[in-house]
Every structure is written in structure tokens, then in C-alpha cells.
Ligand binder design. Sequence first.
Ligand code: C2E
Ligand code: MG
Ligand code: MG
Length: 752
Amino acid sequence: MRGLQYSSLAKVTKLRIASHLLAAFGVCWIYYPFVHIAILGGWLAALGGTLYYGAQIDNALVDADRRRIGKDEVQSQTRAAIANALVWVSTLALFSPYGDLKAQLELWAVCAMLMTACAVMLPAVPLANLMFAGIVGIGAIVSFIYAHSFEMVVVSMLFIAVVVRGAIENARSFLTARVAEAGMAERNEVVSLLLKEFEEGEADWLWQIDTSRRVRSVSPRFAFALGLASDEIDGKPFIQLVAGPAWETGQFPSSLHDLAERLKRRESFSNLLVRVTIGGHQRWWELSGTPKLDDDGNFDGFRGVGSDVTEQRESSDKIAHMARYDTLTGLPNRMMVTEALGEAMRYADQWRTRCAFLMIDLDRFKAVNDTLGHLLGDQLLAKVSERLRSIVSDNELCGRLGGDEFAVVVRDASDHTRVERVARAVIEVLSRPYEIDHHTLYIGASVGSAIGPRDGSTVETLMRNADLALYRSKEEGGGQHFGYEPELHALAEERRKLEFSLRRALERDEFVLNYQPVVDAADENIVSFEALLRWNSEEHGLVSPAKFIPLAEDTRLIVPIGEWVLREACREAVRWPGNVKVAVNVSGEQLLDTHFIQSVVSALHQTGLAAQRLEIEVTESIFVRDAITARAALEQIMALGCGIALDDFGTGYSSLAYIRNLRFSTIKVDRSFVQGAATGSPESLAIIRAVVAMAESLEMSTTAEGVETEAELHVIRQLGCRKIQGYYYGRPMPAVEARALFGVPTLQRVSA
Ligand code: C2E
Ligand code: MG
Ligand code: MG
């Protein structure tokens, strides 16, 4: 408001200065005969100074309506007015004594005219006007009192009262006018914005309805949008025109219902998205509207703008769909699964029930993807999702989290057996063979589950805990379901610590190799030693290979560790008699590593061990991951002259085909069959017999693993295994003890 007031000052500055100068001219004329010219000149200069100062301030306030004006600005404006008034008072004080009463009356007339002029010209600054009128008026009154002209005192008082009153009134009406002006400008802006929007086609048509919500004054564009002629529309209920068949049934889409409600309640609305039916087609309209009032302020219907936003809406629907669904499988993606789980958890919380989250990972999917290509992998994933979809009920939502990871959200898991049932169904249905592109593919599934809110009160914790359970089931070999247990956290934590230590174990020199003898079944002479890794950790003590080898494989630490084992075993074997071999275990991760062959070559080269004396032990699991690369690597090793042993035969994904295709030097029959055979299990006996027979025909050797007792030894010998390894002949032992078996008494003698 102040801004509005002050900004108008500059407009009248010139006029104001002119009136002051005119008055000053009058004063000079009146007092020229009485007052010395120098005094008149000084007075004129003082007046000029205050006018100049005032004009400066007014000019600085030109933009006051567009910014905040400071207190000091208001104060200096008032100061200028006071200074100016004081100059005028000084005329009364200085000049009156010189002149006669006539001159004094003339001076008063000039001052009174100036006061009036200011009050008229400067309605914006009532305070300055009041000051001016007050100061000059009081000066005049005082001067009349001095001159004993009491009737003039009364006249002056009345005049000043009138001027003051007039200035206040003038200021008030000035302000009202300015405020109204500002409001008008704002309204104009809104109207022009609306018009612009309308013209630019963002709003496509205007619509209007009467008090009974019937369409009136139909615009051609509105008629076009409705697909009807104007006269067909006029007078029809608005809702009927856009509801389509829903008008008869009364079952409006919720957005249309919302529109009807607002019209009924006479509420204005903007950009309301409404689903309408035009000519039998579903469309989306965006409508804005305000109640219309007649001249007496009574409700007179609605008026508004609208546009058809079906296209935008459809493309944004598509984007929304893409953001929530996986493109490859069409299943809900991680985002939607997370949302659904959040929803399920809220529901469970509200109704004191439980929900569940199942995390699914495909077993051996990577092998398929690596060997048969991504195209086939993608097809497989699509089949997997089809099967998943086929088994979930309304109570569940299945989705793909990414890669070969899927998930199921069970909304209501209050039935204890439900999760187990779903998990088992998932494993069962996903493990059935797949027929894709003339390939028959076998994969499996592992499932980990967590129950909410018991196993986690937030979506994140529940997902993490299901993941822990999944990890456990993978660790157990896959194809199983594990539920979350709090101990899994401790296990995971322990694993993390173990991994931390394992990363340093090599540089800290915490590994040692033990050697277990393998003897000839016929003459009981030592034919080889198997190098078995031992880790004596500073933090964890002696850690079993069963624990740290899988960890080293997962973290790929097995690659550097395995290299060390290879070198160390070769270095030790050089010290043994030339006919004794060394067997080194090699994991799939090592074999698939591109530098593996090179590390074998350099171990042999550095130690000078003959290639024929090195035997690499692999398990069947390597063929599952990437059979082609694994075979190629093994063939290269054989080409060097090394032997290849198939370890733990019978425990894995056994297929005798592996044996036939690759020329293994030795098949190691797993300890479980040895035990079985000793207790007379027909299967164990049959398997050992078959393996021995086949090995013989392919000129391969057989080793029975884990022979502990006389009885076991006896059976194995009868079955025809060529070599025997087990506690019966010797446990894995430190290198020194192994050497001692050859009658080499001390370390010194060997190195000498
Ligand atoms: P494996 O290659 O099958 O090794 C034989 C395992 O059977 C050894 O366990 C050995 O101590 C044990 N064993 C031998 N005779 C008997 C017996 O009469 N009775 C019983 N109950 N057990 C017997 P260990 O040393 O605990 O090694 C376990 C597994 O760790 C090995 O199985 C092998 O797969 C892996 N491993 C050991 N060292 C290495 C290594 O340097 N590299 C790799 N990649 N894996 C290794
Ligand atoms: Mg082995
Ligand atoms: Mg073994």
C-alpha cells in the first residue's frame, strides 16, 4: 500500500515545485519593498534546497510499488516535507515584522493557497501534508497573535482544520482507487492467461451449464468434442452427455462421480481428470470449472474449460506401466514388488495377520545363459515367469527382481503352511524340464522366505532377511526352501568376518598344505599324495576347508589361493621319489579363469616337476557351470601331460557321459559309496562295480576315497578299485611327516 502511495509522488514533482516557486515569487513581490534583497535571496536558496532534496527522494521512490520500501525511505520523505514547511514558517517569522498587516495577510493568503495546492496534489502522502499544514498554519496563527489580529487567528484555525480534514479524505479516496486499480490489473492478468491457454489449444473448449446442470450456450468446439450437433446437446444434462451407457446403469467411473458431486455441491475445480464415454469410446477429459453468479450474486450454473487428454494420458499410462513391469517377462518389476510388499505389510499390521516374502533364485541358470546364449536365456526366463504366474493365486503377486531372481509376495500368510506350500510349488514347477529351441533344459530353483512382520517390520529388512534365507538354501546346494531365522544374521556376520580374514590370509602366510597318501590297492605302496589346504587363521583359528573353500570360491579369492596351492604342492612333490605323484584340487572358478593354464605351466616350470607327476582333481560341478570352457581347459592341461582326476564321483549331477567324453586318469569314488558298500548297500555296490568296469575299459584308474576300516578295505579290494585313500592308511599330514614316509629322515638332508 505504501508502495502504491509513494510511487505516485514523482509524477507530480514538477507541478509541486512549480507551485512552490509561484508562491515564492508572490512572497518576493510582497516583501521586496520591505526586506533586504540578500535576505530574500537566502530564503529563496533555502527553499530551492528543500525542494531539490524532496524531488530527489520522490524520484528514488518511483518503483516503490514493485518492491518493499524501507522505514528510512519513509522517514526521509517526511523529513523533506518538514524541512520545506520550516522554510515557509521562517517567512512568517522573518518577514512579518518588516511588513505591514496588509503584507502579512497577503503572505498568509499565499501560504494558504500553497497548503491547499499540496493537499490536492499530494493525496499520496497525508502525513507530509499534515506536517506542512500544521507547521505553516501554527506559524501563521502565532504571527497573527503577535500582530493582535485575533479574527485572523480564528479564520486561520478553521481554515487549517478544513485543509487537514480535506487532506485525510483525499488520501483515503486516493488509496481506495489505487487498490482497486491494482486488483483490476491482477484480474486482467488472470483473464488474459486463461484466454491465452484457451487460444493455444491447451484448453480445447468452453462449456457452460445452468442451475439444473444442463448444458447451455454450446460452443462449436464443445459440440465437436462430444461428437454431436449443437442443437442435440443444448439443454441435455451434462453428465448424461459424457457418461455413455453408465447413465442408465448409474455405475459411473469414480472420476465422473467426483465431477457430478462437485457440480452438485457447487464447488469450483480445476484440471479434474474425468473418464468419459464419447460415441461409445472411453476418453479422458481434463475439466476446470467455476460456479457462475448472476448480478444479484445468486448461483447461476457453471462455466469452465475442458480438453481431451486421452493421448497424453495413454502415453503416460504406458510409461507408468513400463516403470512398474519388467519388459522381458511382463511380470511386475522390483519397484512394483516392493510396493506390493509394503502394501501387504500395512495390511498385515492393520489386521494383525502376517504376510510373507519369497525370494527365488534359479539354479544353474547361468550355465544355460553362458553356454547357449542370452537369447535362449531370455526365452527361458520368459518360460519361468509363465510358470510362476500359473501357480500364484489372487493372494499372491509374483515379480522379477532382476537377472534370474524372482519374488512372490504372499499378502495373507496367516495360514502357517501357506508359505511352505507356495515355496514347494515354485521349486517343483520351475524344476520341470524346459523345451526351448530343440534343447531340453534342466534348471532348478532355490527359495528363501521371510514372514512379516515377524521377521522384519520394514520392507527393506524383510527383503534382506528373505535374501539371507535364500543364500542359505543356495549354500545347501539349491533346490530347497529355507525360512529366515535370526541365526542367519549371525552366520552372515561371521561369514563377513571370515571373508575379511581370508583376504589377508595369503599375505599373512596363514595357509599350509597337508598331504594324504594314496596307496596301491594291490601292494600298498604309496602312489601319490593329495594336497589338502589348511588355514590357520589368526582370528578364527583352524578353519575347515568345508567352510572357507566355498567362501573363497564365492569371492573368487580361490584363484590366487589356488595358484599358491599349485606352486607349493609342486615344490613339495619334487622332493619325493620320482614315481610318486601329487594331486591338487581345483575349483570351477579356477578352471574357468583365463590364466589357469598359465599358472599350471609356471608352477611346473618354476619347480621343475614333471607334468606327468601332477594330477588335477576336479568335481562334476564344473561341467554344470560352463561345460565347454571347462572341457577346453582340461584338455589343455592333459596336453601338458598332467593327469585329471574326477573327484567325489557319484555325489554330483552324475552322468556317466562325463567320464566317457573326457579321458580322466582317475575316477575317485566318493566315501559315501565306500561306506555303503561296506554295509552291503546294493546300490553302492552296483555303482562301484559299474564305475570300475567302465574305468577299466577306458583305461582309467579308480580310487576309493575315505577308507577307514579293515572291513571297508576288504570290500573295496574285492570290487577291484585300483587305489585307496583314507584314514586307514593315513590322515592328511604335514609335509615333513609325508616326506618321512619315504625314509627321508630330516628336512636338511632333503634340501642338501
Ligand atoms: P576332497 O578333495 O574330496 O578331499 C578329501 C577329503 O576327505 C579331505 O577333507 C580329507 O581329509 C577327507 N578324508 C580323507 N580320508 C578320509 C577318511 O578316511 N574318512 C573321512 N571321514 N574323511 C576322509 P578335507 O581336507 O577337509 O577337504 C575337504 C574338501 O576341501 C576337499 O575334498 C576338497 O574338495 C576341498 N579342498 C581341500 N583343499 C583344497 C584346495 O587346495 N583347493 C580346492 N579347490 N579345494 C580344496
Ligand atoms: Mg580331492
Ligand atoms: Mg573327494
